[in-house]
Design a protein around this ligand. Structure first.
Ligand code: ATP
Ligand code: MG
Length: 214
């Protein structure tokens, strides 16, 4: 059986990841392509428990290394339990965030040494790489406005200072500049329809590359 592949949708909080992923899922299903949606932190029962610990706003005392290792632990479980089996079964896996977010938030924003993050990430991924990271690029101020208008509370990372969120945004752009073959930037300040159109153009190219176009 032809293998599937993994696409990551990432970017600032409130950039429109969940919205666009739903549109991509529908697009692929309409083509008869098997797709599974997942997210990080999370994705598995163990990962979802880890997510609760990472994002809990009642524990601001969490130290950087704890946060980083929790991300790494969740990713190792996610990859082995869910992502690899799905790809082997010919499915397209779409993840709402993955390792690019860890580099953006923990390295570029929090300033944790790149080698430390890379070491933990490499242990979790063991050579695996998503086929593409689609970065929805948006001024974090706008993203936060969107999150607030959604009417839910803010999590531990969303209440970070504006300066932190700007550094994280620039971190995504820096990673994309370093690895243009596995990163695409989409202007998320556009309308929902325009964002989805740009993302689907990227998906179409990936389907052709992986000989899954129908
Ligand atoms: N292109 C857009 N223009 C205006 N509003 C948008 C756009 N895309 C999404 N929204 C709205 O902004 C809010 C945040 O969108 P969404 O939940 O998809 O973002 P997200 O990136 O998944 O956020 P989070 O980081 O919190 O998971 C939602 O209310 C959504 O309807
Ligand atoms: Mg979301």
């Amino acid at each position: 059986m032809k293998k599937g592949f993994m696409i990551v949708c990432d970017g600032s909080n409130g950039a429109g990841k969940t919205t666009v992923i739903k549109g991509v899922e529908q697009y692929l299903k309409d083509k008869g392509i098997d797709v599974i949606l997942t997210r990080e932190p999370g994705g598995t029962p163990i990962g979802e428990k880890i997510r609760e610990v990472i994002l809990d706003p009642s524990t601001p005392e969490m130290i950087d290394m704890t946060e980083l290792m929790l991300f790494g632990a969740g990713r190792a479980q996610h990859l082995q339990q869910k992502i690899i089996p799905a790809i082997d079964a010919g499915k397209i896996v779409i993840s709402d965030r993955f390792d690019a977010a860890m580099f953006s938030f923990q390295h570029y924003a929090r300033g944790i040494d790149l080698t430390i993050i890379k070491t933990i990430n490499d242990l979790a991924l063991n050579g695996f790489k998503p086929a593409m990271n689609i970065i929805l690029d948006l001024d974090p101020c706008e993203g936060l406005k969107r999150v607030k208008s959604r009417g839910e509370g803010l999590d531990r990372l969303e209440v970070e200072k504006q300066e932190f969120l700007v550094k994280a945004r620039n971190g995504y752009l820096a990673q994309a500049a370093l690895a243009p073959e596995t990163f695409e930037i989409v202007d998320a300040s556009q309308s929902k329809e325009a964002v989805l159109r740009d993302v689907l153009a990227i998906i179409d190219t990936l389907l052709i590359q992986h000989q899954l176009a129908v």
